[in-house]
Ligand binder design. Structure first.
Ligand code: CTP
Ligand code: MG
Length: 389
């Protein structure tokens, strides 16, 4: 893409900037969601076949809490139990069925329970707001990956801008529907982050901008006392620094999963008047790419650069690993389709359900998007050439 970047990127950046305000959540979005959460949480202690212990909470995860959502998104919630009390009797499937009756009895609409799903879930619509909601039970890793995505969103405004545009594009092209066999929003955000950790380092790539700087670091490898330099990361990769661990017990597998990642206090750059300077913003600022340049390079990367056949995309590693290794370690099937490692549930392939036809279709959509950028660039080039005679 280097040769076409300057020709389309400015126009694209302008278009993205004019489109973004309509894609971002409204002021009222979060309050509306918080009201729904409170209303539903208040139902939990109700008597029913399952009684939830005092201190049972309803927490929000997914795009309503990861900084990549908007007014049209669903509201993903999960029930969490207080540490001190024993879990209520019954499996999470049974709890989901109990919740479904509770929700139906309290006026929620179109209540559908899926008690036997890998993560049992109940779906419903809240009648006052018309919001589509879902509730799962004890899903602490989803809460942590929501926080991880949120932390990445704070690194630089270009992270959010690119992610919103990519989600918008994927929806418009009808390739953002995991239950229909294409990709979840979560998968697209991980693809955006992987691109920003790796290929974005070479954007813009022209002889007069020799700086090679990723736009986001690997937050899972930065120590809590990170000084903002690359050195710590290298030391860390070579195993010279011990990172703290933040263990979360997996609700299904029962083992402890390390969910540590670097977090930064609110900074002045992020609109906090008394905040410190943001090391993450400083890190990102070394990459000078515009959002338009990043978008073209993103389409190019997933059209022609990423090695789908041999590599598993890994935000945890800030890169990728061989599929053969994943097959040996975690028993993953070796095929040439897109594979994305979950940042915490590292044995889980976020795109495990992707069939060959859908994989090919999604790759064609990337290539189509990139081809449109090239056409636009050549068109402009031709016009300029024409004007110059
Ligand atoms: N999730 C997960 N593993 C997956 C898919 C999803 O842990 N394979 C969790 C993530 O916490 C994710 C949340 O479920 O943020 C919701 O997933 P999804 O609906 O794909 O994404 P949202 O961010 O909620 O996007 P949307 O705006 O489309 O609702
Ligand atoms: Mg969602």
């Amino acid at each position: 893409p280097p040769s076409i970047l300057p020709k389309v990127a400015n126009a694209l950046t302008e278009e993205i900037e004019s489109l973004l305000p309509a894609l971002l959540p409204s002021q009222a979005c979060f309050q509306t969601r918080e009201n729904v959460r409170e209303r539903v949480e208040a139902l939990l202690p109700s008597r029913g076949p399952t009684t939830f212990p005092d201190g049972t909470r309803l927490r929000v995860f997914g795009s309503s809490a990861n900084n990549f959502g908007n007014d049209a998104a669903d509201l993903d919630m999960c029930v969490t139990f207080p540490d001190s009390s024993p879990l209520p009797a019954g499996s999470s499937g049974e709890m989901i069925e109990a919740l479904a009756s509770l929700l139906e009895a309290n006026g929620m609409e179109d209540v559908v329970a899926r008690p036997t799903a890998r993560i049992p879930i109940v779906l419903f619509r809240e009648p006052g707001t018309g919001l589509d909601c879902d509730i799962s039970v004890e899903n602490p890793l989803a809460l942590r990956n929501t926080q991880l995505l949120h932390e990445y969103s704070r690194v630089d405004p270009r992270v959010r801008a690119l992610a919103y545009i990519v989600k918008h594009w994927a929806r418009a092209r009808k390739i953002n529907n995991a239950s229909g066999g294409t990709l979840s929003s979560y998968a697209y955000i991980l693809m955006v982050l992987h691109f920003l950790q790796t290929a974005a380092a070479a954007v813009p790539s022209t002889p007069d901008t020799p700086c090679y700087a990723p736009l986001v670091p690997n937050l899972q490898l930065l120590p809590p006392d990170w000084k903002g330099n690359e050195m710590d990361r290298r030391e860390q990769m070579q195993g010279q620094r011990q990172l703290p661990r933040q263990l979360v017990t997996h609700p299904l597998e029962g083992m402890d999963v390390d969910t540590y990642f670097y977090t930064e206090p609110p900074s002045e750059e992020q609109g906090q008047p008394n905040g410190q300077r943001s090391l993450l913003r400083e890190y990102a600022a070394r990459n000078k790419a515009s959002v338009g340049e990043l978008l073209v390079a993103f389409f190019w990367y997933y059209s022609w650069e990423f090695d789908y056949r041999d590599l598993v995309l890994s935000v945890r590693l800030g890169g990728a690993m061989k599929k053969e290794r994943k097959a040996e370690e975690d028993g993953w099937a070796v095929n040439s389709r897109l594979a994305i490692e979950d940042p915490f549930e590292t044995w889980y392939n976020v795109t495990h359900f992707l069939k060959e036809g859908k994989h090919r279709h999604i790759r064609q959509e990337f290539a189509r998007a990139y081809a449109l950028c090239v056409e636009e660039a050549m068109g402009e080039g031709a016009t300029e050439a024409g004007a110059e005679g």
